[in-house]
Design a binder for this molecule. Structure first.
Ligand code: NAD
Length: 248
C-alpha cells in the first residue's frame, strides 16, 4: 500500500510509533524513524532489521523543539531518498498532575512537545511536499481525550485538542497543494505511556470500553496505514477514533 513512499515517523522507537514504522515497512515504504536519542533510534532500527533485514529503515535523533534542526533533517531525508511523502507526528508525553499542584513549567513542556513540535515538523515537511507532484500525507497522533478531556493532567488533553485544531485547519489550508492532514485518536493503548499511569486513571477508562479490552499498538498502526495510503485519497481533516468506542 505504500510502495515507493518515503515516511518520517517521530517517536518511532517504541509503542504506537514503532508499530506504525513496522506497518509502513511491511507495506513497502522507506521509513526514517526519529527518536529523542541516537541510542534508542539505533536500537529500534536493529530490532527491525533483526525481524527483516530487507527493511528500508533509518533511525535519526532530532531535537523536536528546534525548527532549524528539523528543517535540516527533513531536507537531508528528501535529498537522500528523493521525496518525503508521509509525516507521522507521533512523539508525545502525557500528564496526570492535579491543577492544584501543576508546575507551570511542566504544562509548558507538554505543549512544547505535543503541539509546538507538531507545528515545526509539519512546517518543515510541507515545504517539501508542496513541490512534489504527489503532494503528501500528514497524520498526527491525537487521543480520545481530545474529544472529552480527562480528569487529571489537563495539559495532556489540552495539547491534543490543539492537535485536532492543527489537523482540521491545515487540512483546509493545504488541500490546494494536495497535502492531506488527518489524525488518529487512540483510546487506551498497551504501551509504556499507559503502564506508567496509575491504576486510578486507567481502570475507569478501561471500564468504559465496549469492546472490552485496551487497544494494541497494531490496532493503531492499521489506522495510520489506511490514512497514509492512497485508499484515503479523499480523506482530509478527519480525526479518526480508534478506541473500541470508549468515550466517557
Ligand atoms: P511511548 O511513551 O511508548 O512513546 C512515546 C514516543 O515519543 C517515544 O518514541 C519517545 O522516544 C518519543 N518522545 C518522548 N519524548 C520525546 C522528546 N522530548 N523528543 C522526542 N521524542 C520524544 O508512548 P505511546 O503510547 O506510544 O504514545 C505515542 C503517541 O500516542 C503520543 O502522542 C501519545 O500522546 C499518543 N497516545 C497514546 C495513547 C496510549 O494509550 N498509549 C492513547 C492516546 C494517544
Amino acid at each position: 500500500m505504500l510502495k515507493n513512499k518515503v515516511a518520517v515517523v517521530t517517536g518511532g522507537t517504541r509503542g504506537i510509533g514503532y508499530a506504525v514504522v513496522k506497518k509502513f515497512l511491511d507495506n513497502g515504504a522507506t521509513v526514517v524513524l526519529c527518536g529523542s536519542r541516537d541510542e534508542t533510534a539505533r536500537q529500534a532500527v536493529e530490532q527491525l532489521k533483526q525481524e527483516n533485514p530487507d527493511y528500508r529503515v533509518e533511525g535519526i535523533s532530532v531535537d523536536l523543539l528546534s525548527p532549524e534542526d528539523i528543517n535540516e533533517a527533513f531536507e537531508n531525508i528528501n535529498a537522500k531518498y528523493g521525496s518525503l511523502d508521509i509525516l507521522v507526528n507521533n512523539a508525545g508525553i502525557s500528564a496526570t498532575d492535579s491543577i492544584y499542584t501543576y508546575d507551570p513549567g511542566k504544562f509548558e513542556n507538554i505543549i512544547d512537545l505535543n503541539v509546538n513540535a507538531v507545528f515545526y515538523c509539519t512546517q518543515a515537511a510541507t515545504k517539501i511536499m508542496k513541490c512534489q507532484p504527489g503532494g503528501g500525507s500528514i497524520i498526527n497522533t491525537s487521543s480520545m481525550v481530545s474529544i472529552y478531556g480527562q480528569a487529571t493532567g489537563s495539559g495532556y488533553p489540552t495539547s491534543k485538542f490543539a492537535v485536532n485544531g492543527l489537523t482540521k485547519s491545515l487540512a483546509r489550508e493545504l488541500g490546494k497543494d494536495n497535502i492531506r492532514v488527518n489524525a488518529v485518536a487512540p483510546g487506551v493503548t498497551n504501551t509504556d505511556m499507559v503502564s506508567a499511569l496509575p491504576d486510578d486513571v486507567i481502570a475507569p477508562l478501561i471500564a468504559t470500553i465496549p469492546l472490552g479490552r485496551v487497544g494494541e499498538p497494531e490496532d493503531m498502526a492499521n489506522a495510520f496505514l489506511f490514512l497514509a495510503s492512497d485508499m484515503a485519497s479523499y480523506i482530509t481533516g478527519a480525526v479518526l477514533p480508534v478506541d473500541g468506542a470508549a468515550r466517557s
